[in-house]
Write a protein that binds this ligand. Structure first.
Ligand code: FAD
Ligand code: PYC
Length: 417
């Protein structure tokens, strides 16, 4: 820290932190017209706006957020980042994201606290082991790092793990060392700050309530809680609310929305050096820089737009965590919350054009989209700017649900759905 910033920090501490400027412009009212409007101020929407403004000459850009930026799934997730998906199309998409994560703090000049501490996926039965070994081989062929560890090597990598307990035997695990975590709000704030500096208007508390179209069907603008806005192109990046927003343009989406929950413990000293996921028992855990254990559960079994899930789901996850890591049995949990995730039948996202000219959609990330944030924004921006799919995005079109060219990533996404 320079002398100047140390003095400034002290002065602000003594004056009640009143002198800091805004990190991004947050105009209260939108302009009457934009060339591109992004619906949804989560990480994906903000990243899309940033890459549009940075890499494409598309004119005026706005992000409309019905609440506050990052207040959706972006600020509610357990921040696990990895790219160990089965099919080459997915490996290309998710590893594009991991490569962007590796330089993101420098790119945005904002510390997103990306921490590649390794993601270990535990195998508890023969089926798990066969499936993970298949992923290891497929990933290596695609140039993505992934390795098989036997049970003893799992314990050495993650000392709190009890590999001898009988409830959930540990046969081994698949480890992606380049995987890890990042700080979720910093990702939203970093993209917002950088997009705003490039001229993007970020309008919070602005709910989109309708999509207006011309006689030929093309998008002409939006009705919002802050009035009418004309728009040349519209990108929908609304996660769990995507079906509702797309219905405003008459498009029925192949999505189901479910609550997904997580919780954090009281903070403790650093004790958990990595990320561990147990797909079979629906439990995943890491330790935040504040010292809290960050623990996630599975989805509720029935669709809902409620951000509160069933208590029995959390209880099951905590029981599993206590079996796998007995040293955490006496930890107290501080708080829990839920998000609404939008899932597809093949557990892969939808990125691309829609039947409505000028309307683009990025959704279906389900329980696993945080890891993709930079890559998703990057390829979606190019897709909107050129009105044709970016090559990495092309396999993930909406059309695959009519052609049948599905990309079944159920095993890779299986931790929570
Ligand atoms: P969001 O952050 O939800 O952004 C969408 C925004 O659209 C919201 O802010 C919403 O308010 C806004 N919006 C909706 N409707 C309107 C409207 N009509 N007008 C204006 N704005 C609107 N993924 C991982 O990769 N790793 C994980 O470890 C992980 N753990 C998870 C744990 C939990 C508990 C949850 C809930 C999710 C988890 N995910 C994880 C999934 C991940 O959070 C999401 O896939 C990802 O954050 C989606 O980002 P987004 O920007 O598309 O969505
Ligand atoms: O997709 O890696 C993931 C994930 C972990 C927890 C929830 N989703």
């Amino acid at each position: 820290m320079s002398g100047f910033s140390a003095v400034r920090l002290l002065r602000e501490a003594l004056r009640g932190q009143t002198g800091w400027g805004q990190q991004w412009r947050s105009p209260d009212q939108p302009q009457a017209a934009y060339d591109v409007v992004i619906i949804g101020g989560g990480g994906h929407g903000l990243a899309t706006a940033y890459y549009l403004a940075k890499g494409h000459r598309v004119g005026r850009i706005a992000v409309l957020e019905k609440g506050w930026i990052g207040g959706g799934n972006t600020g509610r997730n357990t921040t696990i980042i990895r790219s160990n998906y089965l099919f080459p199309e997915s490996a290309a998409l998710y590893d594009h994201a991991v490569q962007l994560w590796e330089g993101l703090s420098q790119e945005l000049n904002y510390n997103v606290m990306f921490s590649p501490r390794g993601v270990l996926m535990l195998a508890h039965n023969v089926h798990d082991e066969q499936s993970f070994r298949r992923h290891v081989h497929a990933n290596r062929l695609a140039g993505v790092d992934n390795e098989w560890l036997d049970a003893e090597a799992c314990r050495a990598f993650c000392p709190p793990l009890d590999i001898h307990q009988r409830r959930y035997p540990v046969l081994g695990g698949a480890l992606q060392r380049r995987g890890g975590v990042a700080r979720h709000d910093a990702v939203a704030w970093g993209y917002a700050r950088a997009a705003s500096a490039l001229g993007v208007d970020i309008i919070q508390n602005c709910e989109v309530t309708g999509i207006t179209r011309a006689n030929d069907g093309a998008v002409t603008g939006l009705s919002t809680s802050k009035g009418q806005i004309r728009a040349g192109k519209v990108g929908v990046v609304a996660a769990g609310s995507t079906s509702l927003v797309m219905a405003m343009a008459g498009v029925r989406m192949p999505l189901e929305s479910f609550p997904l929950q997580a919780l954090v413990s009281e903070p403790v000293k650093p004790v958990f050096p990595c990320v561990v996921m147990s797909n079979t028992v629906h439990a995943y855990i890491s330790q935040s820089d504040k010292g809290e254990l960050v623990i996630g559960a599975g989805t509720d079994q029935y669709p809902s737009y409620s951000q509160a899930g069933g208590v029995h789901i959390l209880s099951h996850t905590l029981e599993a965590i206590c079996e796998l890591f007995p040293m955490f049995r006496r930890m107290r949990m501080l708080r829990s919350w839920g998000g609404i995730v939008d899932t597809t039948s093949d557990r892969s996202p939808i990125i691309g054009l829609t039947p409505v000219p000028g309307l683009f959609v990025n959704c279906g990330w389900g329980t696993g989209g945080f890891k993709a944030t930079p890559g998703s924004g990057h390829v979606f921006a190019a897709t909107i700017a050129r009105a044709e799919p970016h090559p990495i995005a092309a396999p993930f079109s909406l059309g695959r649900f009519t052609t049948g060219r599905l990309i079944d990533e159920a095993a890779a996404a299986a931790v929570a759905h």
